[in-house]
Design a protein around this ligand. Sequence first.
Ligand SMILES: Nc1ncnc2c1ncn2[C@@H]1O[C@H](COP(=O)(O)OP(=O)(O)OP(=O)(O)O)[C@@H](O)[C@H]1O
Ligand SMILES: [Mg+2]
Length: 602
Amino acid sequence: MFSPRNKKKETVKLKKGAWKKAMRIFKYFKPYKLKFGIGMLILVVGSTLSMLFPALVGKLIDAVNGEPIEFLGYTFYGINSIAAALLVLFTIQAVFAFFRIYLFSDVTERVLMALRKDTYAHLLSLPMDYFTSKRVGDLNSRISNDITQIQETFTIVIAELIRQFLTLSIGIAALTYYSFKLTLIMLGSLPVVILIAIVIGKKVKSFAKDTQSSISDSNVIVEETLTGIQSVKAFANEYFEVNRYTNKVNEVRKIAMRGVYARGFMSSFIIFAIFGAFILVIWQAAKLMQTGEMSMGDLTTFLFYTIFVGASIGGSADLYSRLQKGVGSTEDLLDIFSEKTEEISLNQKPEKLPLFKGEIAFNNVGFHYPSRPEMEVLKDISFSIRTGERLAVVGQSGAGKSTLVSLIMRFFDAQSGTITMDGKSIYDYDLTQLRNEMAIVPQEVILFGGSIQENIAYGKPDASLDEIKTAAQKANALDFIESFPDGFHTLVGERGIQLSGGQRQRIAIARAVLKDPKILILDEATSSLDSESEKLVQDALDQLMQGRTSIVIAHRLSTIRKANQILVMKDGNIVERGTHQELLAIEKGAYKNLNELQVQIG
Ligand SMILES: Nc1ncnc2c1ncn2[C@@H]1O[C@H](COP(=O)(O)OP(=O)(O)OP(=O)(O)O)[C@@H](O)[C@H]1O
Ligand SMILES: [Mg+2]
């Protein structure tokens, strides 16, 4: 059927080399190795000390008859002294627990902060190509989910695993000390039983998943039927749909029942086998007590150790699978760092290129998008623009116009030919500096969620309010901004939805004015504004283009007519070039054709 089944596997299958790759994260822990080390020490000492508890409780019971008790080379007289020792033990535990949690969390939070920052910085420095490929969807989850997983791993999972390991080894050693025979009986039964319970538990979980997904399959039928209810009724197919649904829910019942057997079996097994194993141990111990080989206190101690060991066998399996998840997440996250970034600078305040004029030349440029190597989008493109000139690019949809300007912005690198600015290859400039000389007013303006002032200031983050106002005025935006009750502090809403299309464009123009670039790139909006805003936007753009090299992907005749040079593009080629008049003179020319269409529509 059409239902999207996400059959997620219960256990995480790690890629080859995942562990080794994930270890790279320890680079981030290095500055805090002392703190982390102290945390580790507290953990180990604390866990070891906690293993004294069963022994001391046993001694407490044996001390009831008033005899002095030997323990670890120390002699206790009476139950009070042992109870006091227990109290001291728990006090130490309490203090240790606090510092253990504090130290591990403090280190982990610092590491996470650095990791979040680095991931984000790296992500923003990746080339456009990365963002146009389909992995963008899970980028956000990298920074949030993966990091949460890593946090859990380093604050809880690793510490718990170490504690369980100590509990197990010290526990078994202690058990052996108390009674070798009993230990053998216990180890021969309990771990086996617990492991079987874990396996059944997994089965139960997977049945529950199957049931869930068959329920969602059945919901799909309901959904389909209800959305298409008109067709169902028109064809009098109610009985057919009810049958279809009945079959499906019957299937749901069968699948659910399979899970029920497993669940029931699991409960019975735990009751019978785990308690059985305990009874076996207690029974054997009672025999030893009968023969005087074991005291009441020793038996208590033995049982406590058995419970400790049993619990840590049960817990370790879950912890291990959480650790695997943590390793998987770490590897996924660190994978981002193996993506090559653009050579942009993140720290320094952007500098302007000295004496840059803004002459652009394309020489035999060929380009295909990295994701589609077999499709040549630009073929042998050559043209040049002198400083301060206006170049218009026209042509049908998909001709390669936007691609052309994205090569100028160096969003992508051309595979053949050369692109120069002021006679020097654009690949020889510092990328950040080069982009600082350019501004783009895109077709579809998307603003950031803040205020109008912040959005305009994006063109020059350190601009003063006066500069921002002047820019707004030049962009014909001052009037509408000041008509809002909050003026420049008006919030624009997510992506700028609280402003009209024309207003958003003028904000984008003000941004470009403020940046005062040498090269201006305009992707004219195809959506038509009303003639009043159209004129306001047009005037603002004309102002902005004054005295700069401008490249306009043009749809409006008014813009095109004023251009010094027009390129007509078709299927990645320049098919005609010249001024408006020159191009109109070409009989049956592509431009003449386009122009006639425009005039008709206009
Ligand atoms: N990121 C991309 N990856 C692969 N192919 C792309 C990508 N972007 C655009 N293309 C393809 O490149 C060709 C040129 O696209 P481009 O966006 O340059 O056209 P355009 O002339 O700007 O069209 P329009 O007037 O509709 O905006 C199209 O065939 C398009 O499918
Ligand atoms: Mg385009």
